[in-house]
Ligand binder design. Structure first.
Ligand code: ZN
Length: 171
């Protein structure tokens, strides 16, 4: 039966980019769980998983607009090395986060380093990529009252030790 609202679905995945290179995967023995309808994962991926039966494997290719969006040139900017803290590891691939006056965080990655000129990229690391997901749906269960209230899946192991949600800090 397809997954209904307020279900917790658990799945394993691998993601390849358009060149067939493996760029992300769930850790061995650590599948991902999500609360249906909570927008925890890409909507098209969720829609596919919601039609699957536990134990079923599928492959799904998403164009950038259905995944993390196109790579936007205006999100690539230049900075100078002196704008970074002196002890920061400023090197290609390094990830930083800028904060605006509202405390919102904007992660970026250093894409190029040329003398004092640092090229930074605010695009999502998978922006512009056509992604092929290989997914296996492992399990589907009813969400607990607490999970519905928190709006996300809970890992059972993390809830015996402390009364605070390790995912969100809620009680
Ligand atoms: Zn929680």
């Amino acid at each position: 039966m397809p997954i209904q609202k307020n279900q917790i679905a658990t799945f394993q995945y691998r993601v390849n980019n358009g060149e067939g290179k493996l760029i992300d995967q769930s850790e061995e023995g650590q599948p991902l769980s999500f609360l249906s309808g909570s927008e925890a994962i890409l909507p098209k991926l969720e829609a596919e998983l919601l039609q699957m039966e536990p134990g079923e494997k599928r492959e799904l290719t998403l164009q950038p607009e259905d995944a993390y969006g196109p790579h936007k040139a205006e999100l690539v900017q230049k900075m100078s090395r002196s704008q970074f803290p002196e002890d920061a590891h400023v090197e290609p691939g390094a990830q930083f986060s800028a904060r605006d006056q509202h405390g919102r965080q904007f992660p970026f990655v250093i894409s190029e380093l040329n003398g004092d000129e640092v090229t930074i990229d605010y695009n999502h690391p998978m922006a512009g990529e056509t992604l092929t997901f290989s997914v296996e749906l492992l399990n589907v269960r009813e969400a607990s009252e607490e999970e519905i209230a928190h709006g996300h899946a809970h890992n059972a192991h993390h809830h015996h030790h402390d009364h605070e949600c390790s995912n969100c800090g809620k009680h």
